[in-house]
Design a protein around this ligand. Structure first.
Ligand code: FCB
Length: 440
């Protein structure tokens, strides 16, 4: 049997806009995702998060389910527009009350609440003032963090500032595939910096908290040893991994990435002292991993999220894929974990998301195989000295999968949207057994 340490934290993850619904209740105002999903043509099937999995009303039932599965921790996100509807100024007591009830109910069931402050739902009034490309948004984020911390800090064992700032910056402001849907490469690069700055300022605003950040990292392999392919892989690794890891863990942006981006926006938006703020010691680093990337040089320019690197092709590695079309390869997770250990100062690591969308409704053998493989990869990395302390499956429930709407199901629990009925899939029962045994 592959065993994990008894202290290993077993969890599941969700996010606010993807499951809560109740978007106009108790003083919540629109976020950029409400605006974006109301815009025709942005979301598959015209879906929105208006009802989602109705978790805002059904959280007691959902927590009872988590308890039945034996989850030790639950990663969720706080909706900024519930807590601070204008994106500035005083807190909305009803918004905070919801998260107080949620966290208290989790604690009553012996489940650690792991909130993320920002899982992409920027209050629309802040986008109207420029969004993340504007430096002020970083300051506003720290103010919001302090409100959440004052209200909930006494019961939260670990805070995550941001979820996947790469997506917020480059899908939100470069490709426009995510809210707010802007296609402005220079703005995207500034957004990336201000997100990191917002993380640092928020950490300062929560003085006694245990604080981390979650990045979507991947393992990048060049398609060949041809110098052009090697350079393409360097560029993607730079944009996807090092642009975020280096400032956070080494207090410096990678020079080669700044060179790649030089013509796009320069570095005037990076002010003296910013890197010191960003690199304040992290209590943990969260890693969201789904698939590796095989990268090649392309002779034709292709517009992508990788601004500054148009001559790059994300190649097909020829492996089986999930319903999202993402390649299944747990070795990428293993190699990524070892690379973090080799290249960066040691920090406790958590896999804060890992999972897969498949079309199987309840008997989801493909998902079990995916999770089993990736957990084995985690166990191998741990025996090789990687300080991996926990794992959160994405996701507890089927939910609103951003621009894919409800077409992609990542849950270990099935949600029948018309009735909101929850049914644990085979993977949920399998995961409960893994947690109970402490291994595979
Ligand atoms: C990640 C997001 C999460 C979910 C998964 C599939 O990028 O953090 O909300 O959509 O992908």
């Amino acid at each position: 049997m592959t065993r994990f340490d008894p202290s290993f934290l077993w969890g599941a993850a969700t996010s606010g806009y993807q499951i809560e619904g109740a978007v106009t209740e108790d003083g919540r105002t629109p976020s950029i995702w409400d605006t974006f999903s109301a815009t025709p043509g942005k979301i598959l099937g015209g879906d929105t998060g208006a009802v989602a999995a109705d978790h805002y009303h059904r959280y007691p039932e959902d927590i009872a389910l988590m308890s039945q599965l034996g989850l030790r921790a639950y990663r969720f996100s706080l909706a900024w527009p519930r807590i601070q509807p204008d994106g500035r100024g005083p807190a909305n007591p009803k918004g905070l009350d919801f998260y107080r009830r949620l966290t208290d109910t989790l604690l009553e069931h012996g489940i650690q609440p792991w909130p993320t402050l920002y899982h992409w739902d920027l209050p629309q009034p802040l986008e109207d003032k420029g969004g993340w490309p504007a430096r002020d948004t970083a300051e506003r984020f720290a103010e919001y963090a302090s409100l959440a911390y004052e209200a909930l800090g006494d019961r939260i064992p670990a805070w995550t500032t941001l979820n996947e700032p790469w997506c917020s910056a480059f899908l939100g402001y470069a490709t426009g595939r995510h809210a707010p849907g802007r296609r402005e490469p220079a703005a995207a690069v500034r957004a990336a910096h201000h997100l990191l700055l917002g993380h640092g300022l928020a950490a300062e605003a929560m003085p006694d908290a245990r604080v981390g950040i979650t990045l979507n990292l991947t393992h990048v392999t060049p398609r060949s040893n041809d110098p052009a392919d090697l350079d393409a892989a360097r560029r993607i690794d730079g944009m996807q991994n090092r642009l975020f890891l280096d400032p956070l863990l080494r207090a410096a942006y990678p020079e080669d990435v700044l060179d790649d981006l030089g013509d796009i926006t320069g570095t005037d938006h990076i002010r003296p002292g910013d890197l010191k703020t960003i690199a304040a010691p992290l209590d943990f680093l969260g890693i969201n991993y789904y698939a590796p990337m095989l990268v090649a040089h392309s002779t034709e320019p292709t517009p992508s999220a990788y601004v500054g690197s148009p001559f790059v092709d994300i190649a097909d590695g020829g492996r089986p894929k999930t319903a999202m079309g993402w390649e299944i390869d747990e070795h990428g997770l293993h190699d990524l974990l070892l690379r973090l250990r080799a290249d960066y100062p040691e920090v406790p690591l958590y896999v804060t998301e890992n999972g897969a969308a498949f079309d199987e409704a309840i008997h989801d053998t493909a998902r079990i195989a995916y999770l089993d493989g990736h957990l084995r990869a985690c166990a191998r990395a741990i025996t090789q000295g990687v300080p991996l302390k926990g794992y959160f499956v994405w996701s507890l429930l089927d939910n609103f999968e951003w621009s894919y709407g409800y077409s992609q199901r990542f849950g270990i629990v099935h949600v029948d949207y018309p009735t909101q009925r929850r049914t644990p899939k085979d993977s949920a029962r399998w995961y409960a057994a893994v947690i109970e045994r402490g291994g595979l």
